[in-house]
Design a protein around this ligand. Sequence first.
Ligand SMILES: [Zn+2]
Length: 357
Amino acid sequence: MARTMRRAVVRGAFRAGLFHFLWATRKRLGAPGRFLILAYHRIGWPGHSGAPGCVSPALFAAHLRLLRRYFAVVSLDRLCEALAAGTLPHADAVAVTLDDGYADAFSAAYPILRAHRIPATIFLPTRFIDDAAPLWWDRVAFLVAAGSTVTRSADPNNRFRRAWLLELPDSAYPAAVRAGLRRAFAGSASALAGVIAALKSMPHATATGLVDDLTERLRCLGIAVDQRAEALTWDQARIMADSGLIDFGAHTVTHAILTRMPPEQAEAEVRESRRVIEARLGRTVRHFAYPNGRHADYSPAIQTLVRAAGYASAATSVPGANRGPHDLFALRRLTVGDEPAAVLALRLTVLSSRWVP
Ligand SMILES: [Zn+2]
């Protein structure tokens, strides 16, 4: 309720011209040479499993109108070139990126980007596109959805399956995963995020092994699990690349968190994803994005191997503005969710202020 009220107030203020006042202030007080990179994930209608921050097409269009009107929107590639050469194009430059390569990047985001003539870089985990199998956190969401359908069912034939899902009696899952899964199967909407966070904190092979194990257990219980991948196809990627508006970057092969695997596997993820995109699209891949992208998800050693693999930049999910001499292999990005354009405007104004480090 408080959130709805807050949003209504911000929206009202936006309409009343507060943003124009803030913008004029920002023009005077904004730090020169700063630039912002926005990171979107899903563009579509809410209801996608595991996509709480999904941005509707109408809202995405409103965000892009805002960028067009008040910022100098440039491609990530151009931004990085200018940064390396010390010739940043504008003090208020913004680049748009989309992570993970879901099909809605083509069906929903691309037409809107094209209509507003806004360039974007899409970061692809290549096996997602090659195999069209769901990304591991979507698999967890699908497992939980299938399990909670059974626990909510009044059918007496489900008694054993319901008891198993709510107890997880013979599983060897770590305590945090087990507790979260029980709550998720019992119908807690918030528990799913906790399960995914607990899995992200584990070695990649252990986490995906647990997801495989749970998939097998539900299969043995006769519970049908959704396996929709909702991935882009390479043909769709080619159409977007041919438009000249969309550039593709690498986001590993399996979307593994690189600090949670042996260094030689991390290196293979970094190099192979670049090779696959270049082979499929016939274009040079210059940019990389660390999966998950928080401070704990990359390291100086990982940055070194990304640079050695031939990339020109690497983007994180660490929020904040970038400055002229900022490290190209730890670019900060602002993750954008389903916030009204006015809220996004305020965030961008604050971030580009000289008082914010
Ligand atoms: Zn990602």
